[in-house]
Design a protein around this ligand. Structure first.
Ligand code: NAD
Length: 335
């Protein structure tokens, strides 16, 4: 069994912890948090050993009546792998801690790419992370773009990608994010940083991205144009995308018009926290004009990176190849 510690138990960390617990070949050693808030209470409720991430603040857990199993150092020392799901920039500060205990670490997309030796997407470059000590699972948007582009590159070749990312203003649990009544080019400069992030997965890819932020919390929406090196018809491309295990091609008969109904669908299916781990790509939007491919896809920012973190754990421990890992992760989560 691979012993996994999770440092940072927020939006991503709590989902990764539950996903790791569901794996047949992994155990959760525990989770580390800075403060005894509702998520800390729930970590204990779910049976995870809770570690204090900051020594000076560890007394606050006892004051709140929440028992801890030790400090984050103890968690790192006991773990075969640590998943760092702390806020952007904190992961880079934590790298020295993981090095001190010689514990391989997996970071999140909010970190700069140079925090790790490899940026990771299971569908695209699993093998690059095999045996690596420090791996970064790319951001929610980059994960969604990589999953779409990998099969298009393999089947047809890709000459140029143009993607407009309509991003949710904040996660549902973030009270201070916005906008609440605007549509903001973000960043105003073009291209946005997302294209270069996709280049950490596909260095030779020609991609330009534009970013906006809008007053929603549910999901991101991508409007995509890919110039292919071939001229396939739309039905063929749709079939190819439908074969990808982490792309759900949303069929017309479902009557799903937007992200609200996608989330409702996830809740109706009993998905934990209403999570949508797969890209949700509207089948009806799959269009080709000569060598140009177009589509809309929605990305659930809170959960699409979760199966990727699970696969990254198997890659760094060299315990399965890409196909085995993806199959095991998908089976255990219900993807
Ligand atoms: P979050 O704020 O929801 O959770 C972060 C958690 O880390 C909180 O529980 C916080 O208390 C804890 N924390 C803060 N400082 C810490 C420290 N020094 N040590 C240990 N824990 C600490 O953040 P999140 O949304 O889960 O984001 C985590 C990472 O995942 C970031 O790099 C982010 O960019 C990336 N990411 C986020 C999303 C998203 O949409 N939320 C999607 C993909 C990737």
């Amino acid at each position: 069994m691979i012993r996994v510690g999770i440092n940072g138990y927020g939006t991503i960390g709590k989902r990764v912890a539950d996903a790791v617990r569901d794996q047949p070949d992994m155990d959760v050693v525990g989770v580390a948090k800075t403060s005894p808030n509702y998520e800390a209470e729930q970590a204990v409720e779910r049976g995870y050993d809770l570690y204090a991430a900051i020594e000076d603040r560890s007394h606050k857990f006892a004051e709140a009546g929440i028992e801890t199993a030790g400090l984050v150092d103890d968690l790192v020392a006991q773990s075969d792998v640590v998943v760092d799901a702390t806020p952007s920039g904190v992961g880079a500060q934590n790298r020295a801690l993981y090095e001190e205990y010689d514990t391989p670490a997996i970071y999140q997309g909010g970190e700069d790419a140079d925090v790790a030796d490899v940026s990771f997407n299971a569908r695209s470059n699993y093998d690059d992370a095999v045996g690596a000590e420090h791996v970064r699972v790319v951001s929610c948007n980059t994960t969604g773009l990589s999953r779409l582009l990998a099969p298009l590159r393999e089947a047809y070749g890709v000459e140029k990608v143009r993607a407009t990312l309509v991003r949710r203003g904040g996660d549902p649990s973030q009270p201070s994010r916005g906008p609440i009544n605007d549509a903001l080019p973000d960043p105003i400069s073009i291209p946005s940083h997302h294209g270069p992030d996709v280049n950490t997965i596909f260095p030779d890819l020609d991609i330009d991205t534009l970013g906006l932020k809008v007053p929603t919390t549910l999901m991101h929406m991508h409007a995509i144009n890919v110039t292919l090196a071939a001229e396939p018809d739309a039905a063929e491309v749709r079939e190819l995308l439908g074969e990808q295990s982490r792309i759900t091609v949303v069929d017309e008969h479902l009557g799903i018009e937007g992200t609200g109904q996608l989330k409702e669908w996830a809740l109706d299916r009993g998905r934990p926290r209403g999570d949508l781990w797969e890209n949700c790509l509207w089948g009806e939007s799959v269009t080709t004009e000569g060598s140009d491919f177009y589509c809309f896809q929605a990305i659930h920012q809170e959960s699409d990176v979760v199966p990727e973190n699970v696969d990254a754990i198997r890659a760094v421990t060299d315990s399965a190849d890409a196909a085995e890992s993806v199959a095991t992760t998908n089976d255990s989560l219900g993807i």
